[in-house]
Write a new protein. Structure first.
Length: 609
């Protein structure tokens, strides 16, 4: 293995090429150590504790998955289950909620992390610092490199899945690993696989999970040298053992030392103390052979998107939970509507007792023979439903479906397509409608940027820095803190409120200025710094700062312009003097010109020598 650093683990370089280099069989590894026994006891104990805390959420997720998103939920993590291809959505009779969730997730994906347009900018956190050309060039170059890494990795695919999870379950963790081929690789644990815990700052700092891998996948991910005896034995079996599954456990947590063991009680440091976070993979419930992988991280390698959080809850609540009551109701009413229609076209039938055990049918073209003597009806529908009775149920289903779509913000993401009534007549009306709709979505946008986007981009830039994929930082930036500014579609839509107010302010100011001038009063625009107003308007619209001159450049240009104007005025005065002299010289007064007379020459008016 070509290690990228002393802290590199096998899964960062896993590929079919590396798997092909694994030997066909190998000897058993060395027996476990006391250190691993202590680490294993801690990991299994904490996993069980987090399972207990997650139980109520897990039950809730099962109901949400049943009616909205069954493919992103695991009820039990068990190996070698052969029924995974079975239908999962038998409880979904009306797909309104699933379609509304997909619209919400797609809108968030496009609105917050669009792969087709910029959604973040790199800048400095000190607005009073004026960057030089080298600093601006470094920021622009770094920005483009980060976008390139995001584009060539699976980042955008992973975020599409994460937005579905957070819209349905209220929580969606992602894991960002270094990768030899794509620089970064994103993984999406599904609901039912993961466990979360929060730290003192009430942000998630612990992720544990259980999932299944085949023996071949385990060897590919961790390398045969790192596998315990159970995996090696199945690998040695060849093809018959490679497809067998095992439950793998995974923990990422702060790198605090564990209490010691033995008489000395020496603390156990799982990974070197200079790492902030640690990670361990091991076979679930298996205390033999040691861990599969152990690694330290300088920054938290996972992020957890949460729609809305309460107190110290590790898990969030989202639109799917808000809509669940309506989702259950629309499923029930849709089933009852289908039952109503079936009774209308295929009603239950009654018949005379004499017809028992005789052929009968209500299918088209079939004949049923019945004795109708003595006024007997023979064969008749037991229930005769009235078609008009279906209308109230259809109307109620439409109202419920509208409420479900409102919970998932479909009216926001499909605002133009579904706009009813009088259409907006100008940009101001349209902007105000968007602002009104965005009020409910605003808290999640901010929470996503702080809990997911900020740490994710920071980790990606740190990975690139370690791999020497970024240019050296110029001296002007080395002691200046950097910041991320988000210019996603949804963030810009929120800023529209300020830009609309600024435009309205200046429009009103222009009218007031004209009225003041007409009345001979002082111009009210004299109190407005139009230069600063225009700069702020560009910031609100996320205009590229490179398109604007700096204050120093503006002052230099103003000075140059003033010099040009002064030179033009001096030149104009000189030309005027020359013209006046020419006119005087051409004007005759007696025997001399007016210029000669003015200068006191011969022939002055009034006589004289």
């Amino acid at each position: 293995m070509n290690a990228l650093s002393s802290n590199t683990v096998h899964y960062e370089e896993m590929s079919p090429t590396l798997l092909a280099a694994q030997p066909p069989s190998t000897e058993r590894p060395a027996p476990k150590t006391k250190e691993w026994s202590r680490i294993y006891a801690h990991l299994e104990g904490r996993l069980q504790s987090l399972r207990n805390w997650r139980y109520s959420w897990w039950i809730y997720w099962q109901v949400l998955a049943q009616f909205i998103l069954p493919r992103r939920f695991k009820w039990l993590i068990t190996a070698n289950t052969m029924w995974r291809g079975s239908p999962l959505n038998n409880s979904i009779i009306d797909s309104t909620a699933t379609l509304a969730m997909q619209t919400c997730a797609s809108g968030l994906w496009t609105g917050l992390t669009s792969p087709s347009r910029p959604w973040f900018k790199l800048g400095i956190a000190l607005p009073w610092v004026e960057l030089d050309a080298d600093g601006k060039a470094w920021i622009e170059d770094t920005e483009q490199r980060v976008y390139a890494v995001l584009g060539q990795s699976n980042f955008y695919n992973a975020m599409a899945s994460a937005f579905q999870d957070v819209a349905t379950f209220g929580t969606a963790p992602i894991i960002i690993y270094e990768d030899a081929e794509d620089v970064i690789r994103i993984y999406n644990p599904c609901a039912g696989e993961y466990y979360l815990a929060v730290g003192g700052r009430l942000s998630t700092d612990t992720l544990m999970r259980e999932f299944t891998l085949t023996v071949q996948q385990i060897v590919d991910m961790f390398g045969l040298d790192n596998c315990p005896p159970e995996v090696r034995e199945r690998w040695n079996e060849g093809a018959s053992g490679w497809a067998a599954e095992m439950v793998v456990a995974h923990a990422i947590e702060p790198n605090s030392p564990l209490a010691g063991y033995g008489k000395t009680k020496t603390p156990v440091q799982v990974v070197p103390a200079h790492f902030t976070f640690r990670e361990v993979y091991w076979l679930r419930g298996n205390n033999t052979g040691g861990e599969l992988s152990r690694k330290g991280f300088n920054e938290r390698p996972f992020m957890s998107a949460r729609w809305s959080v309460v107190s110290n809850d590790a898990y969030g609540r989202g639109p799917g939970m808000d809509a669940l009551g309506d989702v259950k109701q629309v499923q029930l009413e849709t089933a009852r509507k289908a039952e109503f229609i079936e009774k209308l076209v295929r009603p239950p039938m009654g018949a005379n007792v004499e017809m028992k055990n005789e052929p009968s049918s209500i299918r088209p073209g079939e004949v049923t023979y019945a004795d109708t003597t003595n006024g007997k009806k023979g064969f008749w529908p037991l229930i005769e439903v009235q078609p008009q009775a279906l209308s109230p149920m259809i109307q109620d289903i439409e109202k419920i479906s509208a409420r479900i779509e409102k919970c998932f913000f479909v009216d926001l993401f499909m605002a133009i397509t579904r706009m009813e009534g009088v259409q907006p007549r100008n940009e101001l009306e349209l902007s105000k409608r968007d602002i009104e709709r965005l009020q409910g979505l605003g808290p999640f946008i901010t929470l996503f940027e702080t809990e997911v986007a900020d740490p994710a981009l920071t980790r990606i830039m740190a990975i690139m820095q370690r791999r020497k994929m970024l240019k050296p930082m110029p001296p002007s930036l080395q002691k200046v803190p950097l910041k991320l500014e988000y210019i996603s579609i949804l963030r810009l839509a929120q800023r529209t409120a300020e830009s609309v107010k600024m435009k309205d302010f200046l429009t009103t100011g222009g009218a007031a200025s004209a009225a003041a001038k007409a009345a001979g009063l002082p111009d009210p625009l004299r109190i407005v710094n139009l230069d600063k107003w225009y700069r702020r308007y560009g910031e609100v619209g996320s205009l590229d700062p490179a398109l604007l001159f700096t204050d120093d450049e503006v002052q230099r240009h103003d000075a140059e312009h003033a010099q040009q104007v002064q030179g033009q005025q001096a030149g104009a005065a000189g030309l005027a003097a020359v013209g006046a002299a020419k006119s005087l010289s051409e004007t005759q007064m007696g025997n001399n010109s007016a210029l000669t007379a003015l200068l006191g020459g011969v022939g002055r008016p009034g006589g004289g020598a």
